[in-house]
Ligand binder design. Structure first.
Ligand code: AMP
Ligand code: ZN
Length: 114
């Protein structure tokens, strides 16, 4: 095990309910779902927060968004709609410091978020 839970999941060292993966990205169901579909999409590379993104990560973040689109399609959400969220640091409630997209859907999602 390493110090990072999501690095361990990406490396297959810790169990998760994987729904999508490729060389750069993997996606798995959130352990505490906030909607009927709640999937986390992560890069295999460790990046702690959105604040830590570098220019060199631009392609990787594009791949993350493409993976979110694929997950939403596989969950049957494309037409009905869904939300993709990145929480950054304390005020946004970030609890796992390995960057991730939340893909949420399957119910009406209020706006603005809490
Ligand atoms: P955030 O608050 O944006 O940092 O989101 C972290 C998310 O990771 C939360 O929604 C947690 O429920 C979720 N989470 C924490 N541990 C695990 C785990 N072992 N497997 C799947 N999801 C997890
Ligand atoms: Zn990590």
């Amino acid at each position: 095990m390493t110090a990072c839970l999501f690095c361990d999941i990406a490396a297959g060292k810790r169990k998760a309910n994987l729904v999508y993966e490729n060389d750069d990205v993997c996606a798995f169901r959130d352990i505490s779902p906030q909607a009927p579909t709640h999937v986390l999409v992560i890069p295999r590379k460790h990046i702690a927060t959105l604040n830590d993104l570098q220019e060199a990560d631009a392609d990787l973040m594009g791949k993350l968004m493409l993976a979110a689109k694929e997950v939403a399609a596989a969950e049957g959400l494309s037409a009905k709609g869904y939300r993709v969220v990145v929480n950054c640091n304390r005020d946004a409630g970030q609890t796992v410091f390995h960057i991730h997209l939340h893909v949420l859907g399957g119910r009406y999602l209020g706006w603005p978020p809490g």
